[in-house]
Write a protein of this length. Structure first.
Length: 278
């Protein structure tokens, strides 16, 4: 099979999709599509399947049954601009190839992430790494935003002064805050991208990285729409049940009383009600 392209992906190549105040995601290049997944899965059959519906059904089967290698045939390369604190979460996914801008070679830009007023929140009282949903007074929100902006301005002023006096850039940068924007080229295959998206689209992920993941999802849809549709159905909006929970489902379907209790019952009922993995 010749080089696989899709019309929708070709339309968005090199287009910047804005994220937050200074960030973006850009599809630089891609290799493969739904057709490549199908062809690699049916390599011994030569021509592969005949219709889009058959292709989609095969892709769905592959994803449902964890036949992951055909998805690795599709590779996407992104240019991403994000705050450093988002990049540090991003880089924990070690199954991609990364090249990031270097503050040793380059003078860093005066660009920092500042949250929108609606995203300012207090610490959650029951989640050590989450935000409270408490409604805040405008004065509190403005004080947080002003404090962040003042700290960013002061840090960059010090950085600029050090650079201007000839301080090594690798030293001048060390006090710059995590809200500073960085840039990277990030190349990943579709199987590992789906794993990234499953985790970073989840409600438990930090809001800022979820915003980037949502853009990645839509860009990926342009490259491999059938594969993304199956991902959404089985990995993103689907949930997994434990052996105990499966037994509980069977008992309920048979009209019998359930046996789960306490936290296990609460978690089981919440999975069914919310459709979220708990």
């Amino acid at each position: 099979m010749a080089h696989c392209t899709t019309a929708e992906a070709e339309k968005i190549l090199d287009k910047e999709f804005k994220v937050h105040n200074h960030g973006f995601v850009r599809l630089v290049d891609y290799m493969g599509s739904d057709s490549r997944i199908v062809q690699s899965a049916r390599v011994s059959y030569g021509a592969g399947t005949k219709t889009v519906r058959e292709d989609a059904a095969l892709i769905d089967y592959l994803l449902r049954h964890d036949h992951t290698s055909p998805f690795e045939q599709v590779v996407l390369t992104f240019h991403i601009k994000m705050p450093i604190f988002v990049a540090r979460q991003w880089i924990r996914h070690r199954t991609a190839r990364v090249n990031e801008i270097s503050g040793r070679y380059s003078v860093m830009s005066d660009e920092f992430y500042v949250p929108e007023n609606a995203d300012v929140a207090k610490q959650s009282s029951d989640n050590k790494q989450g935000r409270s949903e408490e409604i805040l007074e405008p004065e509190f929100i403005q004080s947080v935003v002003s404090s962040l902006q003042n700290g960013q301005k002061a840090a960059y002023a010090d950085y600029s002064a050090l650079v201007e006096k000839g301080t090594a850039r690798e030293l001048a940068r060390v006090n710059l805050p995590l809200s500073l924007y960085t840039e990277m080229y990030w190349q990943i295959d579709l199987h590992n991208l789906f794993h990234f998206l499953r985790l970073r689209l989840d409600v438990h992920a930090q809001k800022e990285i979820r915003d980037y993941a949502a853009v990645l999802l839509e860009i990926s849809r342009a490259v491999a729409p059938a594969a993304v549709s199956s991902f959404e159905n089985h990995m993103h909006t689907g949930v997994r049940f434990s052996g105990e929970e499966m037994e509980e489902l069977r008992r309920r379907l048979d009209g019998k009383n359930g046996e789960l209790s306490g936290k296990k019952l609460e978690r089981f009922n919440e999975k069914i009600a919310s459709g979220k993995q708990l």
